[in-house]
Ligand binder design. Sequence first.
Ligand code: SAM
Length: 225
Amino acid sequence: MNPHSDMKIVDSWGKNASQWTAAVREGQIESRKLVTDKAIVDAVMSHSPESVVDIGCGEGWLVRELASRGVRAVGVDAIPALIDHAKAAGGGDFLVMPYEAISHELVEAQFDVAVCNFSLLGKEVVESLFVAVPSLLKPGGVFIVQTLHPVVMNGNSPYVDGWRGGSWAGFSEEFVDPAPWYFRTVESWRTLFFDSGFALREIHEPVNPKTGKPASIIFVGESEI
Ligand SMILES: C[S@@+](CC[C@H](N)C(=O)[O-])C[C@H]1O[C@@H](n2cnc3c(N)ncnc32)[C@H](O)[C@@H]1O
């Protein structure tokens, strides 16, 4: 298997489903507790949605959080073990579905908001997902993406798009075989929205109070299709 590929990303997440579930549920990821969980919930709730699809939902924390605020949410993810954990905890409907299979027909509903919280890691499947998302949205619906901040995460690498090796630095030793990810510059994220028929309505850069640096970047696109 190509170590820098969309297929390898799903393969790696399949090996880390229980470790990831524990990390999220035990609050092991400091930046999430300090900044990014609240940032994505606020970004979604600011659109007062009745319905949300959480794409790459993992073990389902965001669906549960939105359900506690009266929002009907559906989570989808490629990894059956993560969806099993999500279903066991409840809070919404959960479907096993790789991004390449997502379409209006498959999800059988339209939503006020589609959200991806740190779940857009690959290249071609992410590009095809952007093309599919408008069909999941009601008129006026928005697509909200939280991702690693390209400037902060770039380290000493050239600031150009490309595959990067994965790392579980900062996570427990139980994690194995880190997933690669496809780095995009801020301009490339903007182009991805634009080329898929979205107008980019908002960009947020939530700051980690401990480091003083952006913990993430959040894009909010409105479909114009
Ligand atoms: C960093 S986790 C984030 C999970 C969740 N959104 C959260 O906030 O905890 C990335 C998620 O993306 C999912 N994912 C990655 N590539 C995928 C693909 N091609 N199809 C479906 N899910 C995918 C993984 O299975 C994993 O659950």
